[in-house]
Structures are given as C-alpha cells and as structure tokens.
Design a binder for this molecule. Structure first.
Ligand SMILES: Cc1cc2nc3c(=O)[nH]c(=O)nc-3n(C[C@H](O)[C@H](O)[C@H](O)COP(=O)(O)OP(=O)(O)OC[C@H]3O[C@@H](n4cnc5c(N)ncnc54)[C@H](O)[C@@H]3O)c2cc1C
Length: 296
C-alpha cells in the first residue's frame, strides 16, 4: 500500500474545498470496511483519504411522517437498526442492516458506503431501491438528487461526478397498508455476500385484498442492483396470493441474465431469484397486513 495524506473535515464545505483543491486522487472514507480492503490490495497513487465520519449531516437519521426517512451517508448499520423510527416504519431496512457482515462490521459499515461502492451485491442498495429512495449529493455546483436506481452505473462505479460526495439517502414515508422485505441467499449464514438478493415492497388497498403498487429490486444478478419493472407491474390489481407472487417471480427470473462466478452459476442465480422473489413478496404482503388463507 502506498502512502497518502489523511484529512477529517468537520463540515460539508470543508470537504468540498478539500476535494476541489486536490488535483490528485481523493478517496472518501465512511466506515472503511470496503475502502481499507481496496486500499490494501491497490497499487494506485492516492493523494488523499478524506474521512467523512466527523461531518454531522452525514451521521443523521431523521424521520418525519410527511417527508420520510433521511439516512446520513456515513451512519453505520448499528445506528440504523437501533433507530426507533426505522424499527417502527422500515422493516426491510432493518433486514438489510442486520445482515451486512457481523456486529463489528455493522458498527462501521454505512448504507452510504454500500451505495457508493456500487457492488452488484450491495444488500443495502437492494432494500433501499425497492422503497424508491433518492440520493442527495453535493459538489462545487451545489446539491442535486439522483434516484437510487440511477446511482450505480457499473460494478464499482457510481454516478458521482468528480468533486461530488453523497450526503444522505431519502426514503419516502411508508404508505398506508404497505409492507416491505429484503432477503438474500448466501452459502453461509453470515459474513458472506449475496449470491442473489431481492428487496420488495407492496401496497394494498384498504380491504387488504388487492395490490395497489409493488416494487421489486434484484441484487447480485446484473452489473448493478436492478429494478424488476415488469415483475412489479404484473402484481398491480391482483389479489396478494401465492399465484400472483409466483407469476411475478417468473417475470423477475426472465428479466435477468446473470453471470457464473465463484459464488454461484447463472442457472443457480436465476433459480434463486424465482424463490427469493416469491418469498419476499409474501413476507412484504404479510407486513402490509395481509393474512393468507391456507393454500392461497
Ligand atoms: C467482513 C465483511 C463482510 C461484509 N459483508 C457484507 C454484506 O453482507 N453485505 C454487503 O452488502 N456488504 C458487505 N461488506 C461490504 C461493506 O461492509 C459494505 O459495502 C459497507 O456498507 C460499506 O460501508 P463503509 O461505510 O464501510 O464504506 P467505505 O469502505 O468507507 O466506502 C466504500 C466506498 O464508498 C466511497 N464513499 C464512502 N462514503 C462516501 C460518500 N459520502 N460520498 C462518496 N463516496 C463515498 C468510498 O470512497 C469507497 O469507495 C462486507 C465487508 C467486510 C469486510
């Protein structure tokens, strides 16, 4: 590992100035659970590692019934799953925050770092994508918002321009009679990344017997986490029952063309997406208040 400078700004303005004044490569550090692994194995010339954990806006977790949830880009998983409003309103965020690594990793690893790292298997990305999250980023030209499904553009590459950083992720408040879930498959119970993962959210009508809207996100089966638009659309107007979920799971499976790698084959990933999508939708519907009758 080559030597580099280290700075820990305490405001967004200081961070933007440091980035703009540095002509070499600047890398941001939140929890460091991806970055330190990458730095150790890299021979790149890095001028500056900028630790953003000391910036208060990046550590916030705020919830408002009208505007929804704001997760600061550097807030670690443990802070997220210990937050009462998150526990009360965003069960699929808890699903993802509690499966990333083990306890030690969860005390450092942030959802912002997971997103900026842009791994196809980012668990937090899948959960947030199925909830329609929006990313707030800042640079010398000011603040702009990027829909989460446009944030990851290739494995390890995100949509941030040079000199920009992620400040926070906004998630809309849960709609009435809605539920969400995140599930993944790993060969080991913990400390492994997804072979395939699915995030799903469902909104039901007031009688809890029809689906008003649905959103399914697929993880580790494409160069970036992706939305399964046709599968989601197939659910609208249907009863929240197994046959509808199986049809959507089939559409999700058909929408992907995964790779074979050391973690799993393309065929296994397709199979997993079918199984996980069905289960994830069923659990999301239960969380929305639907109680299934035997056989449905
Ligand atoms: C043992 C172990 C187990 C793991 N298990 C899982 C798992 O189960 N699921 C999973 O999805 N991941 C897993 N990971 C990967 C990692 O922990 C997560 O991706 C984590 O969420 C990264 O967050 P971080 O705060 O540590 O990011 P960092 O390592 O600090 O940063 C990650 C990347 O984002 C950039 N970055 C960070 N913050 C910003 C910002 N505000 N603006 C712009 N760029 C920024 C950094 O420069 C870097 O490129 C694991 C890692 C380890 C070491």
């Amino acid at each position: 590992m080559k030597t580099f400078n280290y700075e820990a700004p305490s405001t967004i303005d200081q961070a933007i100035t440091l980035m703009s004044e540095n002509s070499g490569q600047v890398l941001l550090l939140a929890g460091g659970t991806d970055l330190l692994v990458q730095l150790r194995s890299s021979n790149q010339d890095i001028d500056l590692v900028m630790d953003v954990k000391g910036i208060s806006e990046l550590n916030q977790i705020n919830y408002d019934e009208v505007s929804g949830l704001v997760i600061g880009a550097a807030a670690p998983c443990s802070q997220i799953y210990e937050s009462v409003p998150v526990l009360e309103n965003f069960p699929s965020i808890i699903d993802a925050a509690t499966i990333i690594g083990g306890k030690a990793i969860q005390n450092r690893a942030s959802f912002g770092g997971n997103l900026c790292n842009a791994s196809p298997s980012g668990d937090a990305i899948g959960a947030m994508m199925s909830l329609g999250a929006m990313c707030s980023v800042v640079g010398l030209d000011g603040v702009r918002n990027i829909p989460i499904e446009q944030f990851c553009i290739a494995p390890g590459k995100n949509a941030l321009a040079s000199g920009e950083m992620l400040i926070s992720i906004q998630i809309p408040p849960p709609r009435l009679n809605s539920g969400a879930n995140y599930l993944r498959f790993t060969p080991r119970a913990e400390m492994d990344i997804a072979v395939a993962g699915v995030g799903a959210s469902i909104e039901l009508n007031s009688d809890l017997d029809r689906i008003l809207s649905a959103c399914i996100a697929l993880v580790a089966v494409a160069p970036t986490p992706v939305l399964a638009a046709a599968a989601s659309a197939s659910l609208i107007g249907k009863k929240p029952i197994i046959s509808a979920f199986e049809e959507a799971a089939g559409a999700a499976k058909e929408s992907i063309n995964p790779i074979t790698d050391v973690r799993g084959s393309a065929a296994q990933r397709k199979h997993l997406i079918g199984v996980l999508t069905r289960r994830c939708l069923e659990l999301a519907a239960n969380r929305a208040g639907y109680v299934s009758c035997k056989g449905e």
